[in-house]
Design a protein around this ligand. Sequence first.
Ligand SMILES: Nc1ncnc2c1ncn2[C@@H]1O[C@H](COP(=O)(O)OP(=O)(O)O)[C@@H](O)[C@H]1O
Ligand SMILES: C=C(OP(=O)(O)O)C(=O)O
Ligand SMILES: [Ca+2]
Ligand SMILES: [Mn+2]
Length: 665
Amino acid sequence: MAGNGSGHANGEFSFGNGTARNGLAKIQTHKKQNGICHDDSAPPVKAQTIDELHSLQKKKSAPTTPIKGTQGAFASTISDEERQKQQLQSISASLASLTRETGPKVVKGDPARKSETPKHVAHAHEHHFTPTISVSDSSLKFTHFLYNLSPAELYEQAIKYEKGSFITETGALATLSGAKTGRSPRDKRVVRDETTEDDLWWGKGSPNIEMDEHTFMVNRERAVDYLNSLDKVFVNDQFLNWDPENRIKVRIVSARAYHSLFMHNMCIRPTPEELENFGTPDFTIYNAGQFPCNRYTHYMTSSTSIDLNLARREMVILGTQYAGEMKKGLFSVMHYLMPKRQILSLHSGCNMGKDGDVALFFGLSGTGKTTLSTDHNRLLIGDDEHCWSENGVSNIEGGCYAKCIDLSREKEPDIWNAIKFGTVLENVVFDEHTREVDYSDKSVTENTRAAYPIEYIPNAKIPCVGPHPKNVILLACDAFGVLPPVSKLSLAQTMYHFISGYTALVAGTEEGVKEPQATFSACFGAAFIMLHPTKYAAMLAEKMMKHGATGWLVNTGWSGGSYGSGNRIKLPYTRKIIDAIHSGSLLEVNYKKTKVFRLEIPTEVEGVPSEILEPMNTWADKNAYNATLLKLAGLFKKNFETFTNYKIGKDGKLTEEILAAGPIF
Ligand SMILES: Nc1ncnc2c1ncn2[C@@H]1O[C@H](COP(=O)(O)OP(=O)(O)O)[C@@H](O)[C@H]1O
Ligand SMILES: C=C(OP(=O)(O)O)C(=O)O
Ligand SMILES: [Ca+2]
Ligand SMILES: [Mn+2]
């Protein structure tokens, strides 16, 4: 008999005998039935103190310790102790100051858990100089690191320590990214050295704004010092690229649980065994986003700086907490590393039909890569970043990053359902009591986002790889409303539109009607490419030819007039168009050629009103239509001038064809 009170052999339960001390009749519980006491039959907890009781709650779990430069076979022979030591050395090397000879002292674990006294402590500099000038107080303090925490642990960290972190009604972690709610492309810098000087695309139109090695080191030290000044930092060791032959190991050191959970979701998550053999990372991000860069530093034009050093394989982030900066920073790295291996990196979504037909969805931000690649009838390979190698396609990432503005369960059920425990919800507004999210609220930003692991989409293709693409779909959200909802492209036209990378969205949706803003972004991702656009274009042309892929241009933007008079094409219509591309039925219908852009447009698509297939039909004012069409054609022509002097690949013929594949007027 366990618990409070005293037990009696006859099964009765009472406090004392006869009458209670206060004179009232003693409490009698019911007779035990079948000899079972319902409320207290379990043996007592084997704990003498509350602390002991708490320690029973948690079971030791998977080893999360990388080994420096060893093979799998050898890995199992080293002791847990040795592994802990090597992990500590690896992380302490990552966090080391390069200008001081002492510190930091790095320990694993949460500093808030005082009882967990560190077993291992690593000094960043193991060699024993006699420190003279460069001793610093930083050597006297510990830097705790939290290594590959689980989503549950990261939730606890975020809610305890990061203002603006809340659990929403469906279990997602709502966070704020701070003053920056989008990327800062003008603050991105790339180290220009002997190698990158010749390899990379510099100058007009290029996203690569140069910085020198020394300035990089100044910012690196600033970030590392900031991180070491904190009580604790988060370390994520993860992978990029589902193609096992071309997998890249990344380490992300950051100051926020938000950043750690974001990258946990967005990068490929290693198994405990893979983590044991992780070794030295191929690339490291130092995210000191809460701390600004110093504007007295050479090359700095604001308090934000995102610095890429390909030789050192490092990226430093100062002055922005927008998590997308890490994801897209790594994408830039892949745009450098992969083409060196003859692999094409793509800013595209990717999915696969049940018969193995793969489609790529290129497009700038907000054009529908995530929405359209997330398709209940198809397997999702990935929503944003892919590689196309000799083996087929592979996703670079382990998660998706969906726009949430005006998200609805009806239109995007799979994304809606993915917003649950583990998902990071950035900058959304919710009811303070019910925690129900209002997806229409733009109070913080219009760029509200959800980052979730790809397996949160029920029909994700794991591993995220597939055969060579059959369809290459270029998405443009044309707020001018003159591009057809769908057109079939020749190879030369595909290349022309790929290099152009057009989209037009509306700048400020709040203050009445504004002119649509045309954007041209080479390869639909000029912010992330590192080589000249024609290098990627040549690879795409070669692969499309070799594997017989068909190119399509799909306008997910306006119909019936420009922004202000027309409306955005209904998502269900776009989905029907995409269905017809996937099924091959769109190859079977009749086509006619448009004026100016000379695009082949189908006369019918199942489930779509035929009159909207030709934009002119939907405009009340035909003159306005013609004027807008010519205006857009002029913008295309002007944009393409930068590329007219470049040859695509070895064959001069294709270059000529591409130049001739643009609008003629
Ligand atoms: N016809 C349409 N086609 C695609 N997306 C549409 C359409 N109409 C509205 N949308 C909305 O546009 C946004 C597209 O964003 P997203 O798919 O995240 O873009 P990307 O992944 O290319 O950045 C989504 O919010 C989606 O609901
Ligand atoms: C996260 C981004 O991707 P996209 O908008 O293409 O989904 C971005 O461009 O910052
Ligand atoms: Ca993107
Ligand atoms: Mn997207």
